[in-house]
Each structure stands twice: as C-alpha cells, then as structure tokens.
Ligand binder design. Sequence first.
Ligand SMILES: [Fe+2]
Length: 185
Amino acid sequence: MNLSELLKVRIYGDILRGKLTSNMINELDTWVNYADKMKSYPEFKVLEHENAGSGYNFFQLSIPPHLVYGTLTMAAIIKLIEFETMSDMRTYGISTRSGHLDYLDLWINYSYKNNENPIHIHPNGVLSCVIYYEKCNEIPTLFDDKKIFGEKGDFIIFPSDKAHSVPINDSNEPRITFALNIKKY
Ligand SMILES: [Fe+2]
C-alpha cells in the first residue's frame, strides 16, 4: 500500500496536505465524543490543555493516550512522515509532555464565536499537524504565505517553527480541530 496515495497527499512548499480515510475519521469522532462529554461537566476546566492558544479558544483538551495509541490515525500520520522524509522506522513519534497531566501533545481545539488563535509557533516538536474536523472550510489556518481551508478529515503537516494563526470565529458554530506535535528520537 502506498500511504501517500491512500491519504491523497499533496505537497505545497513546506506544507504537506492530506485526507484521512473514513475509518480514521471514525476515530476522530471517538475523540470528539470524549471531549464533548468532558466539556459537559461543570469542572471541565481542570482538564484544559495549556498552550499558546489557551485563553483565546474556549477549550483545549488533550486526547488521552488510551484513545490515541493503536489508532489508524496515529499510525498513518507517523508512518507518512517517515515515508515522506525517507526516515528509518521509529525516527518520529508524538511529542509527550512528561511531568504534565496532558501526557500526549495531541489536543482538540474548540473555537467558539469570537474565539481566535493569534500568531504562534509550536516549540515542543519538529513537525506539527492540524487535523480539521468542523467549520474549517470557512475559517482557515493562516500562514504568512498560505491560507488553508479544510474539510472534515483533511490534515496538514508543517515545520513546528512555522508561524500560523486562526482568525476570529464570527459564526455561531464552533470550529473544531485537532493539533499534534511530532518529535524526532
Ligand atoms: Fe498552532
């Protein structure tokens, strides 16, 4: 199986773009269901994933390892990076946050009306990935040289030090994405 073909990979400069399969998108639904459940609890803020976008987005929550490990989505992202960079197996992995309750550097972003994510980089990785879930075909990710819209299941991979932002959500529907940082061993 050619992973790049399976994931419909296209390269635009230093940004790789692809689309998860329907089975992988089902896994995203599981992650969103978990996050929605936690978000419905009054004490949900104790789980907040703290990073550059915190304080500008309504809620960011790390997806716990037991929902991530063993998924097609995680394997596909890591193996795709190894394939595209012609690296050996076990060169790349999802960044962890040891000593931090977030465990994995893979989180969900809820951007509600008037939320935004100002320009930032991701210090905890060499590559970063954004997976689009909801409302991203109208509210893009902005890079200084590109504006990227995405349908559910679309993803981008880019250098972690590439600055980007997300404009204000002026709609009544939440924009939902996942983000993850990739480290090199
Ligand atoms: Fe970001």
